[in-house]
Design a protein around this ligand. Structure first.
Ligand SMILES: Cc1ncc(C[n+]2csc(CCOP(=O)(O)OP(=O)(O)O)c2C)c(N)n1
Length: 676
């Protein structure tokens, strides 16, 4: 590894007895070498084409990962970076299982479902990252929020590269952690390059540490190749976090010895620079320290290397003997199994509530009966929500459970994911459904994949409430129906209540579902729909089950959400004209109740699908395709759709009215189909 290391290290562990000190010296040496030799062996396996995907080596960064994990306790949670095999190993994950994961084998942590380090083990306190750089930071921050809410003195720790500090997620997470002084430690493995881009092209400030200043956060900058320096600063940060004194950003200055991935020869670096950093190799530095402490390094070095090599050899043997997974498992562990709604059913006086009040009362009911339920969002506490849906909750449950957030949708969604990982049941609010675009990644990547990439051991039970839809003259960015953005993503459920009772019942089921649920609630229905319910709260409505709102024999009108009342009105008109349509309210958009749809097709042979989302690639297209696949011969007419035109949600009343499904339009198409 280049020239001989010339620096020495400082140790803050003078207080230990000589035996303990000796034990610790050796233990740390074993850890460092295990990380190095394991990492190098993975590179060798990659050269032998035994690793199916990419390999991102952490060689040169061992002191950061080993040093940072050292002060952690068993219950703390860490979020490793893509090159942090060392975090997995230091946290005690079996090297054989880790290697089986890297080789895509059955015994890997994800059972071959995902590559490399996108997985983890909650029991060992390791949560896998997605590939989306920086995305674990809001999640780690959400864990820290959860620890605070639960009154636990646990700490979350997130690792990331200096390049990732340019992502919005980094800033949203640090901002929130700064406001609430959360127990989270942000560890930057500042290895000078983000793929090919040097740090000077990445940020206008000189050091990553300075980025903390904007968030009034404690910062530290340290030599990331010096194990004891890393341990010292991280230990101080972890203690501060545990004592409730807030988060710290630690800039660990180090170097990526290999290329970005094993495919990258890293020709964009000067040989001199590589040699210079090679001379500061963290393991050689540690060996120098051991030498200075009087160890016989020829003996100790050979002994420990042999010991570690044997561990790595056994890991390779285990991983290579592990079979590839059974092919059926590619479609398993997408969803965790629901266990129903454990809170009791209301036994209160029956009152009439609007759709909006039903959601409000249901949130209050669930929060009252289950201390794990929390709410997060913009203006939901002091303001009671932009529409008043969370009115009064702050007074009832306090600011630890009704959390007003900054304008940070990625933090709201990602933080909810994190809080869910520590056992809470977060209900996030998007102020308008449209703004979920700013929290999109956390929903479609972090939340939706959590169960799958952790082989179904745990998931992300969050609810994202989305005030949706048009007809309130909101224009392009306050009227959107968002379901089509999410329909193609596995691992997410989407519900769309069309009436006040379902708004309550589906919300109850969503809160207790072990999977992420997007809860579409409709501004147009907020005050129009009403129901009489005990205490304003309904019985749980099972997710994935449609309801027949009107029985009929001639035509099936399949709809959901805000077009349901329109379809029922159209059906009433048709009835007056002597027709007999059936109206099915899907209630859940995903997973689809195909049984209910097909039962209706079998009965009527005529199908129309109505929704307020647009035609192109809307849910109607999927339903029509599925009917064509399985029930073509039952049809007596073409499948027709009535949806919003394929344009933006126009603002001016005549423009908006012209593009949305209307009662007239629904009735006209229904009639055409019946008379086909
Ligand atoms: C959001 C996002 N954009 C781009 C990429 C592609 N990518 C993968 S690693 C990488 C460089 C990361 O640099 P840094 O955060 O400094 O970490 P390092 O790889 O240096 O450890 C890039 C651009 C990605 N994974 N995620």
């Amino acid at each position: 590894m280049g020239k001989r290391a010339t620096e020495t290290t400082a140790s803050g562990h003078q207080a230990l007895s000589p035996e303990d000190r000796q034990r610790m010296d050796r233990d740390l040496y074993v850890k460092l070498l295990l990380v190095r030799l394991f990492d190098e062996r993975v590179s060798t396996l990659h050269r032998q084409s035994k690793v199916v995907g990419g390999v991102y080596s952490g060689v040169g960064q061992e002191a950061v990962v080993v040093g940072a994990c050292q002060p952690l306790r068993a219950g703390d949670l860490v979020f490793p970076l893509h090159r942090d095999m060392g975090v997995f190993l230091t946290r005690g994950i079996d090297p054989g299982i880790l290697l089986a994961q890297i080789l895509g084998r059955r015994d890997g942590l994800s059972g071959g479902r995902d590559s490399f380090l996108h997985t983890g083990d909650l029991a060992k306190g390791v949560i896998g990252a997605t590939s989306m750089l920086g995305a674990t930071l809001p999640v780690a921050t959400g864990c820290a929020l959860g620890f605070r809410t639960l009154g636990q003195d646990r700490v979350a720790m997130a690792f990331f590269g200096e390049g990732s500090t340019s992502r919005g997620d980094f800033h949203e997470a640090l901002n929130f952690a700064g406001i609430h002084k959360l127990p989270v430690v942000f560890i930057c493995e500042n290895n000078q390059y983000a793929f090919t881009t040097p740090i000077r092209m990445q940020m206008p400030v000189e050091t990553v540490a300075e980025r903390a200043d904007a968030y009034a956060m404690r910062r530290a900058r340290t030599n990331g190749n010096d194990l004891f320096r890393v341990m010292e600063v991280v230990e101080a940060a972890v203690h501060r976090a545990r004592r409730g004194e807030g988060a710290t950003l630690i800039d660990c200055v180090t170097y990526r010895i290999h290329g970005h991935s094993e495919h990258d020869p890293a020709r964009y670096r000067e040989a001199e620079e590589v040699a210079e950093w090679g001379a500061r190799d963290p393991i050689e530095l540690y060996e120098l320290y051991l030498e200075k402490r009087g160890y016989d390094m020829a003996k100790l070095g050979a002994e420990v290397r042999l010991e570690v090599k044997a561990i790595v050899d056994r890991a390779v043997e285990f991983a290579e003997a592990s079979p590839y997974p059974e092919t059926e498992t590619a479609s398993s562990a997408i969803f965790l199994e629901s266990k129903g709604v454990p809170t009791p059913n209301p036994e209160a006086e029956v009152i009439e509530v609007t759709y909006l009040a039903a959601i409000n009362k249901t949130l209050a009911w669930e929060m009252d009966h289950d201390a794990r339920v929390i709410c997060m969002g913009e203006d939901i506490g002091i303001g009671g929500g932009a529409f008043g849906v969370t009115e009064g909750l702050l007074d009832l449950f306090g600011s630890e459970r009704v959390i007003d957030t900054p304008i940070s949708e990625s933090l709201i969604t990602g933080g909810s994911v994190g809080a869910s990982l520590v056992g809470l049941l977060p209900v996030a609010e998007m102020q308008f459904a449209d703004f979920i675009s700013c929290g999109f990644d956390q929903v479609v990547n972090s939340a939706s994949t959590m169960a799958y990439r952790h082989a179904g051991r745990f998931g992300a039970p969050i609810v994202v409430r989305c005030p949706s839809g048009a007809r309130i003259r909101g224009g392009l960015f306050h009227s959107q129906n968002i379901e089509a953005f999410f329909l193609a993503t596995p691992g997410i459920k989407i519900v769309a209540p069309s009436n006040a009772a379902d708004a309550s019942g589906l919300l109850r089921s969503a809160i207790h579902d072990p999977n992420p649920v997007i809860f579409l609630e409709y501004k147009y229905l907020y005050r129009r729909e009403k129901a009489k319910l005990p205490g304003g709260v309904a019985e749980p409505v099972p997710i994935g089950r449609a309801a027949v709102r009107r029985e009929g024999r001639q035509l099936s009108i399949i709809t959901y959400g805000p077009t349901t009342p329109l379809c029922l009105e159209a059906a009433g008109r048709l009835e007056k004209d002597g027709f007999d349509p059936e109206v099915i309210d899907l209630r859940t958009v995903k997973p689809l109740d195909m049984d209910a749809i097909l039962a209706s097709v079998a009965k009527t042979g005529r199908i129309m699908i109505v929704h307020e989302d647009r035609y192109f690639s809307g849910l109607g297209a999927e339903i029509a395709a599925r009917i064509a696949d399985t029930a073509f011969t039952w049809l007596d007419a073409p499948v027709r759709r009535v949806c919003t035109e394929d344009t933006h949600y126009a603002y001016s009343p005549p423009l908006e009215d012209a593009i949305l499904p209307s009662v007239d339009g629904i009735a006209r198409v229904a009639r055409e189909l019946i008379e086909f």
